[in-house]
Ligand binder design. Structure first.
Ligand code: HEC
Ligand code: HEC
Length: 254
């Protein structure tokens, strides 16, 4: 009897906790805006601009026939609804994230200040004022000192890209960590880690050479905490960041 009560109490606490977590879910503005764009391109044909053109479904009011969670929505968009007019869509994960962010915020959506700007201008800033190609590579152009951005549009959400540009210290990814090693003879090697196992590590050093190091031969080896990505928060205007973001979102591999 006591155990039974305890379980009921526990379930109540857990479900309240989950409800709070759901209610507290926030969606990033850049993702919402990108979602709005994708929605305009691919969904309004059937659902209409207000999302209420299909009988029994009001996307703007989040009235669905079956879907409730964001997880359900992902599945509906990726797989379609069999036996109905809702087709499956081939979106990348960050695009799905963006569309759902928009669906969840359609009712209050306001596109006044766009965080996603102009693609052509963005490319100009990327290759010119921003000097991004001094470190990054895009479609075969630029060095390998920093991550290749040729398919960043399929890998990262708009929000993650924006934070990488304006707040890189906070956004550094494990996979992008740089290392610093000192060999027995005192040579210091810093570079971007490509691969690592128990005994060896492969890095691209700052002169763009692929170097393979045997850990047993190193005097020192560790991750560098600081990021090699400069913050552009004060170097680019808000509009320029928006333009660069728009450009990067078009990079989806060759
Ligand atoms: C060719 C027409 C068509 C297009 C394009 C289309 N839909 Fe649908 N959609 C439908 C129909 C029809 C339904 C109703 C399905 C049903 O009866 O269950 C639907 C249902 C839905 C639902 C509700 C699922 C539920 O559980 O009730 C969601 C969410 C949805 N669509 C999202 C989208 C999004 C996002 C896009 C754009 C990426 C999109 N749709 C594009 C026709 C379309
Ligand atoms: C001095 C070299 C350098 C310059 C210049 C530079 N970056 Fe970076 N960037 C890096 C490095 C190194 C990383 C890897 C992550 C880290 O260290 O935080 C990175 C990471 C990124 C990422 C995240 C990539 C991912 O996989 O998530 C984006 C997006 C990015 N940079 C965009 C830009 C843009 C846009 C510009 C120009 C406006 C730029 N970078 C200029 C060095 C640079």
């Amino acid at each position: 009897m006591r155990l039974h009560r305890f379980i009921i109490l526990l379930t109540t606490i857990l479900s309240t906790g989950m409800a709070t977590a759901l209610a507290a879910q926030t969606y990033a503005q850049a993702d919402i805006q990108y979602g709005a764009k994708l929605f305009g391109e691919q969904c309004t044909l059937c659902h209409g601009g207000n999302g209420d053109a299909v009988a029994g479904v009001d996307l703007r009011a989040n009235t669905f026939k079956r879907a409730t969670s964001d997880f359900d929505l992902r599945a509906v968009i990726a797989n379609g609804v069999q036996g109905t007019g809702m087709p499956p869509f081939k979106f990348e994960q960050p695009e799905l994230t963006a569309i759902i962010a928009y669906l969840r915020n359609m009712r209050t959506y306001d596109a006044k200040t766009s965080l996603i700007g102009d693609v052509t201008k963005g490319r100009e800033v990327f290759e010119g004022k921003g000097q991004c190609l001094t470190c990054h590579r895009v479609n075969g152009k630029g060095p390998r000192v920093a991550p290749d951005l040729s398919d960043v549009g399929t890998l990262r959400t708009p929000d993650a890209i924006m934070r990488a540009i304006t707040d890189p210290e906070a956004e550094i990814r494990f996979a992008n960590r740089s290392i610093r090693a000192v060999t027995r003879d005192g040579t210091v090697i810093t570079g971007r880690r490509l691969n690592e196992d128990t005994y060896t590590v492969q890095v691209i050093d700052d002169k763009e050479r692929l170097v393979s190091l045997t850990k047993a031969n190193l005097r020192e080896y560790g991750l560098i905490r600081r990021t090699g990505m400069p913050s552009y928060r004060d170097k680019l205007t808000q509009d320029e960041v928006a333009d660069v973001l728009a450009y990067l979102l078009t990079l989806k591999g060759l």
